[in-house]
Design a protein. Structure first.
Length: 328
């Protein structure tokens, strides 16, 4: 069936007020949401929504992290010159590179670099949180389903396949400078990480007043075990969270301890995997050092040392820009 043919269910009909109003809502809501998501992406990751879209299409649709540039033109509804300029800027930023396509001199592959893949994976939770905040949170599950199915029919004349999210992309959460794939409830996990970080200085200060010498030895042993798990990131983080459970056990504020452990359980119980990124190994070594300092600060009982160690451990206060796009 050609794109101009319509099945009986889509027979032409006169435009009515409801259809016109729906069209205006789609147009205006699209512009508003794109503007808001774009602003949030720029401020929190330094990655523009247009650049994120290119990285997404290469990651999801490319073979070996590469996609012909003409495929990007088809997916993104931009002109050949517009895509070419954008890809050039992304190449200058180190996110992609161009490679010739054998037997097709008029086209090139746009290839995701290691940096581009890392930036994309770390920006994805930022993108998803912005989409949920400015779009998904206003709609019920039934409305989401209806809108998705209806607009898919418009995009494909009722004949195209349903758009699917890439494997696990909807389950990614940033955890410091690492990226975790969760089994479910990424919003709950992200919220738990944020609240846990806020409570941690209070919990550590209280634990430092009551920790025993034998407990310090136990915690040092956990840190030593963490040092053997650099090549097993999932086990590294599980060992990390075991250390924090030990610390929580010496907090005498029962409400604080209970809340902290509940938040920790939300995080640890939903971990599926740690996403491989080029910065992962050095980052785990950094976190190992941070936790060794944390244990020694708590062991000292010195309030200033504990506060400083807590600040070093606290990575959700400020986001690091992932990339600074060249000037327009």
């Amino acid at each position: 069936m050609s794109s101009r043919q319509r099945p009986n269910d889509f027979a032409p009909r006169d435009l009515d007020a409801a259809t016109l109003a729906a069209w205006r809502n789609v147009r205006d809501a699209g512009e508003v949401v794109v503007t808001r998501v774009s602003a949030e992406m720029e401020s929190q990751s330094g990655l523009s929504l247009d650049w994120y879209g290119i990285l997404l299409h290469i990651y999801e649709g490319g073979e070996d992290d590469r996609l012909p540039q003409r495929e990007l033109e088809r997916h993104l509804y931009l002109s050949q010159s517009g895509i070419s300029r954008m890809v050039s800027k992304m190449q200058d930023a180190g996110l992609v590179r161009r490679e010739p396509i054998p037997h097709d001199r008029r086209n090139v592959y746009v290839v995701l670099t290691d940096l581009g893949r890392d930036v994309f994976l770390r920006a994805t939770p930022v993108h998803h949180a912005a989409v949920q905040r400015h779009f998904g949170s206003w709609l019920s599950d039934d409305e989401i389903t209806s809108i998705g199915r209806g607009l898919q029919k418009v995009l494909t004349d009722g004949s195209g396949p349903e758009v699917q999210c890439g494997e696990k992309l909807d389950r990614l959460v940033t955890f410091g400078q690492s990226v975790l794939a969760m089994t479910s409830d990424t919003v709950a996990v992200s919220d738990a990480i944020l609240v846990r970080d806020a409570l941690e200085p209070l919990l550590l200060a209280d634990a430092a007043r009551h920790v025993t010498s034998s407990a310090v030895q136990d915690m040092r042993a956990v840190v030593a075990r963490m040092s053997t798990l650099i090549d097993s990131p999932e086990e590294f983080f599980r060992c990390d969270w075991e250390l924090h459970r030990l610390l929580a056990g010496y907090c005498h504020n029962e409400l604080l301890r209970s809340m902290y452990l509940t938040l920790l359980d939300i995080l640890s119980s939903r971990l599926d995997s740690v996403v491989p990124t080029t910065n992962l190994t050095p980052y785990l070594y950094d976190r190992l050092s941070v936790h060794a300092r944390l244990v020694e600060a708590v062991a000292s009982g010195d309030e200033d040392q504990v506060a400083e160690a807590a600040r070093a451990h606290h990575f959700t206060m400020a986001r690091t820009r992932l990339v600074d796009p060249p000037g327009e």
